[in-house]
Design a protein around this ligand. Structure first.
Ligand code: HEC
Length: 217
């Protein structure tokens, strides 16, 4: 037997019994720190405290926040005058302006002045401020051939728009052109457009000015 440390080690290993190994393990386990890797569970008491403060906090807010009403939370907020209309609904003319801007203005221009020799004016037009029976028909089925507007001759064609515009849109846009640019004529109702659309029925050809002058006098 040699007395080199290596040999000694091997000797001791071989001599270790199951019991002594288990004892050694038990000892090692005791030495392990309690808090594995430095983490520890939040003590249940603190967790409970946090949960209940969120819970009771939200009940408190629901009761006392007054929904963060600016009248309470903002010293500069002004109270609405009693009876004031908060959001005014758009009038028929305001709705009609949208239709005019997107469709009619291409030819009759935003100013309603039209284009000399090509598109007749709506501003100041005796047609626009005259019988609603005629202008509803012009928008529903179109207009073709010679027409005199404000003393000027036009001989062009306007396509029918009855297929793309609903009764209400036609009523709104005609109400707009009858009350804009200094024009003065009563509102056109959607029911009137619906009645004329029903009465005339299918009308494949556009109207002529001569035909329209016989209607709605
Ligand atoms: C593509 C061009 C065009 C568009 C879009 C158009 N028009 Fe016309 N409009 C004309 C032309 C051209 C005439 C004249 C037709 C003729 O010479 O017979 C006319 C005539 C009229 C007239 C009768 C004459 C007058 O000046 O008072 C009215 C009213 C009218 N249009 C309203 C409208 C309205 C409302 C719209 C939109 C919903 C519209 N038009 C869209 C081209 C157009």
């Amino acid at each position: 037997m040699s007395s080199s440390p290596d040999k000694n080690y091997r000797f001791e290993q071989a001599g270790a019994s199951d019991d002594s190994i288990q004892q050694a393990h038990a000892q090692l386990q005791k030495q392990k720190p309690d808090k594995a890797n430095g983490y520890s569970f939040l003590p249940l008491g603190i967790l409970g405290l946090m949960c209940s403060s969120v819970f009771f906090g939200s009940i408190y807010l629901a009761h006392y926040s007054v929904r963060f009403d600016p009248l309470v939370t903002n010293e500069h907020a002004k109270r609405e005058k009693p009876g004031a209309v908060v959001a005014a609904a758009a009038t028929p003319a305001q709705l009609g302006k949208k239709v005019f801007t997107s469709i009619c203005a291409t030819c009759h221009q935003l100013t309603g002045q039209g284009v000399p020799g090509a598109f007749p004016p709506l501003a100041g037009s005796e047609w626009v401020q005259g019988s609603e029976e005629r202008i509803i028909r012009i928008v529903l089925h179109g207009l073709n051939g010679p027409i005199t507007v404000e003393g000027k001759e036009f001989n062009n064609a306007m396509a029918s728009l009855g297929g793309v515009l609903k009764d209400e849109q036609i009523a709104n846009v005609l109400t707009y052109v009858r009350q804009e640019w200094g024009n003065k004529a009563p509102e056109v109702k959607a029911e009137t457009v619906a009645r004329i659309r029903g009465e005339v029925g299918n009308h494949p050809a556009p109207w002529t000015a001569a035909e329209l002058l016989k209607i709605g006098q």
